[in-house]
Write a protein that binds this ligand. Structure first.
Ligand SMILES: NC(=O)C1=CN([C@@H]2O[C@H](COP(=O)(O)OP(=O)(O)OC[C@H]3O[C@@H](n4cnc5c(N)ncnc54)[C@H](OP(=O)(O)O)[C@@H]3O)[C@@H](O)[C@H]2O)C=CC1
Ligand SMILES: O=C(O)C1=N[C@H](C(=O)O)C[C@H](O)C1
Length: 235
């Protein structure tokens, strides 16, 4: 399979190694300065770039008729626009705040726990995410997905990084050294706490998940999620 890499930083380089190991060919490595030359020859594109480049990268794929897997975070306010463009151009699209198998299992557990905890208002939920100091966005896309998973299954209405009101989920973002990504969901009462935690030991899981998503998406049209790719069904 011919793959275009949109973004060739920490993630792009791990994705390249895993893609080559799985027998794929890289036809474009797009960074801040070069062009999209070669994009239209790709079977699929994988975007792990920066929040300000994601929309341009994803739209270029739809215009070039190349299905795109996007892992870039921090551009969610434009998601509806990209979804509309995908439909208009009959493109293929998967975007996820986190492509690792472990985090996608964690997302399921988070929703399940949220449903149980919605019955007990003696517990208050909060979230913590820890990432490396080069990360541009906060809170992490994964923390926002976790908060959405709670909101959809409870009476919580939104998330905040400020002092939370009763209907708000507090998210704390910490930036420490080279941490690849640690997320904790905590339900706290006066008598005890329940914690659900995922710790990434490196970037391999994110990168492998993105390549598996790209293999799954190539040749398809439509908008999908990692639930479709992994066939995850817990309920
Ligand atoms: N969904 C998931 O599973 C995961 C998502 N992420 C997300 O992926 C993104 C990338 O992470 P990471 O690789 O660590 O970040 P890096 O900063 O290491 O890499 C980003 C790369 O994008 C490049 N870039 C800048 N402008 C453009 C552009 N216009 N087109 C294409 N590339 C461009 C940068 O180039 P230059 O250095 O020249 O500026 C840089 O090489 C982040 O948003 C991060 O949150 C990360 C891990 C997992
Ligand atoms: O920037 C990162 O590194 C990561 N970003 C993603 C996010 O914002 O959730 C996923 C992962 O935690 C690593």
């Amino acid at each position: 399979m011919k793959i275009a890499l949109l973004g060739y930083g920490k993630m792009g380089q791990v994705i390249e190694r895993i893609a080559l190991e799985r027998g794929h060919e890289i036809v474009l490595k797009k960074d801040e300065f070069n062009t999209y030359d070669g994009l239209s020859t790709a079977d699929v594109a994988i975007d792990f770039s920066v929040p300000t480049a994601a929309v341009s990268n994803i739209s270029s794929c739809f215009h070039a008729n190349v299905p795109v897997v996007s892992g870039t975070t921090g551009w969610l306010e434009h998601y509806d626009e990209m979804e509309a463009l995908c439909k208009e151009k009959q493109g293929g699209f998967i975007s996820s705040s986190n492509f690792s198998l472990g985090v996608n299992i964690f997302f399921e557990l988070n929703e399940y726990l949220a449903k149980i905890m919605a019955q007990f208002d003696s517990y208050k939920v909060s979230m913590e995410e820890i990432h490396h100091t080069q990360k541009l966005d906060a809170p992490s896309g994964t923390a926002i997905s976790l908060a959405k998973g709670v909101i959809e299954n409870s009476a919580y209405a939104k998330w905040t990084m400020e002092s939370p009101k009763p209907e708000e989920i507090y998210i704390e973002a910490k930036r420490i050294g080279d941490v690849p990504g640690t997320h904790t969901v905590t339900y706290d009462s006066t008598v005890d706490s329940i914690e659900l935690k995922h710790t990434a030991h490196n970037r391999e899981g994110f990168a492998l998940g993105a390549v598996i998503a790209a293999e799954w998406l190539a040749g398809k049209k439509g908008i999908y999620t990692m639930k479709d790719v992994l066939n995850l069904e817990s309920k």
